[in-house]
Every structure is written in C-alpha cells, then in structure tokens.
Design a protein around this ligand. Sequence first.
Ligand code: V47
Length: 365
Amino acid sequence: MVNELFSDSELEEIGDKVLAGERLTREDGIKLMKSNDLLTIGYLADYRRQEKCGDEVYYIKNRHINHTNVCEVQCRFCAFGREEDEDGAYTMELNEIAEAIDKSPDGISELHIVGGCHHDLSLEYFEEMLRLAKDKLPEVYIQAFTVVEIAHLADKSGLTVKETLKRLKQAGLDSIPGGGAEVFSPRVREKVCKDKVSGERWLSVMETAHNLGIKTNATMLYGHVETPEERIDHLIKLRELQDKTEGFLTFIPLAFHPENTELNYLSATTGYDDLKVLAIARLMLDNFAHIKAFWIMLGTKLAQISLSFGVDDLDGTVVEEKITHDAGAQTKQGLTEAEIVNMIKEAGRIPVERDTVYNRVGDVK
Ligand code: V47
C-alpha cells in the first residue's frame, strides 16, 4: 500500500477500505469531506472508477429544453424561476416546443426537458408535449421533469404520484433527471428552498418511479450553506435508496452558481471543492455505476480533469441551457461531439457514446 504517500494520515484507514472494496461509513465520508488531501481523495476515487468502469468514458448527444421559467416555488439559490408577470418570464406553447425539437442536431439520443412549477400547466399539456416529442423523434429517449415538477403536477391534478407517473410514462416519459434534490437536510431546505418538496418526498417520488420501471438520475446542489456532514448524509440517503431499488443511473453533483440569486453574497464553488465532491461521490456511492460531470457547471477544463477524480461520464452536447447561465455560468451553450470526444481522448481514455439508459450507441470513436 502506498499509504506513506498520503499527506493526510487520517485517510490511511479509508484508503485500505477502498482497496479492499469495503463500504465507507458516514464517519469516513465526513473525514474525506473535511480533508484537504485532494490528491489522495482523487487517487482513491480514480482507483474505484478504474475498477468499476475501466478506461471507458460515456458521453451523450442530447438537447436540453426548458419549457417555462415560471415557478411557484421560489428557491433562494435559483436565478431561473420567475413570477408570471415578471420581466423575462416565459412559457413555451406546444408548437414552440415542437419547433425547438425540430431544431435538434441530427443524431441526438436524448431530450432533456425541465422547467419551473407553473401554476397553470395541466397534466394534459405535459402528456401532449411527450407525445409530440415521441412523434417527432421516436428513437430518442425523453428524460424529463424533475421530482419537484412531478410532485407539483400530482398535487395540482388531485392524483397520486404513482398515477401521475403512469400517465406520463404512457405518454412517452422514459426517464427522470436528477434535479430538485438540492441537499436533503431540513435545515438547509429551510434556509434555501423552504417551499420545495422535502428530501423525504423527493426520495419517495424517486422510489415510486423506480418501482414503475422508470430509471432516474440523482443530484446534489452543493457549495451554498450546507455542512460537510449534510453533504455526506445526502449521499448516504441516495445510497440507501439505491440499495433498495437499483433505479438510479448516475449521480451528478451540481456546483452552485450565485449570480442573480438571493444568495449572491456567497462565493462560487472552487475547483478544489468541485473535484473533491465528485471524487467523494464516487467513493461513497459504491452502488452507483456512474458519476457524471456536467461541464456546463464545471467548465470544460475542470470537467476533463475530473476524469481523473472518479468521473466516468460527461454530459453532453446540451445545445441550449438556461438554469446555470441565468446564474452567471460563462460556459458555452453546447459542445460538438468532436469536442467531447477530444476531451476524453486527451485524458487518455476511451470515449463511448451512450443513450439515456447507458446502452452503447454507434462505434467507439
Ligand atoms: O434542480 C438551480 C440546480 C437543477 C442553480 O439529471 C442550480 O442528468 C447551480 O437537475 N446553480 C436543474 N445549480 C438541473 C439539473 C440537471 C442538470 C444536468 C443534468 C441533470 C441530469 C440534471 O439545477 C435544479 C437545481 O438543483 N440549480 N439553480 C444555481 N444557481
């Protein structure tokens, strides 16, 4: 063992557990989160990644659509949500969504559709949206609507979450993205998103989806008011649900962007913390197959470096993104496939195009 190379000797026991393939405890996670020995944490995460995923790095050709920014749940970390009569508020008509779908680049395998919790959009609007998307692009997976939107829609329609999900699935919903999880801690939610569904409800909606055969993603919005303990508790709650359902496809840490939000007095996340969270996610989430870097939030250079810190999945071509850019992101709106492939190859790894549920698409580039 190369423990003598660790600059933080507290991590030695954790290193031994990682090499032995043992599950890390809450205390281990907190120790990692409080450590500044980034290279050791990265080395351990890279070891786990290599063992689990080998040298292949997945990427996806997708297109994001944000159908509305009108939102009843006004979160303090969000620069995207608006009141209906506020400047810049918009809601796309179904024909505008159809036009956006028509403008998708050739060969995408996923439409990623999320928006605000609009008080007036009915279940029928969402069913129609899914049908028209499937009609236009029958081969494409539709990964749509955060848990928060689904819970809001169920409550508004007077249906259970299960009934709502069944209707959406019937209309063409293939998978649910990981948004809305934020940090599960009630203390954090009270401070940054007090009107949002609780962490318990987020997990319960995901469990219902998994039981209906709908695979989903999971996220954590980090870098605002949460403590290291609250980050680890969040990861452990995800790990527990994954033990039960095996319904999560990937975990995506979302780096908080403060501009134009009520939390704009906070600093943006640092590269150091970004890499640490990705690496610790790989180490704690031993039952997740994939850890995904969302380059829109990380920047392309850090996203590429994260491939040596536990990440095996890069999202994606995207095309158009509003949530992070409204909050000050300086990244581009999209990348070409060639740019993503180049990032992966330059890191000495093998790019593999995937669809939403991690089937391989096409030949290795
Ligand atoms: O739910 C909101 C977060 C999420 C900010 O599942 C912010 O593959 C940073 O969930 N700074 C929406 N983040 C985006 C999302 C997502 C993105 C990419 C891939 C996937 C996936 C999911 O963005 C929200 C919230 O957690 N968010 N405001 C902000 N200021």
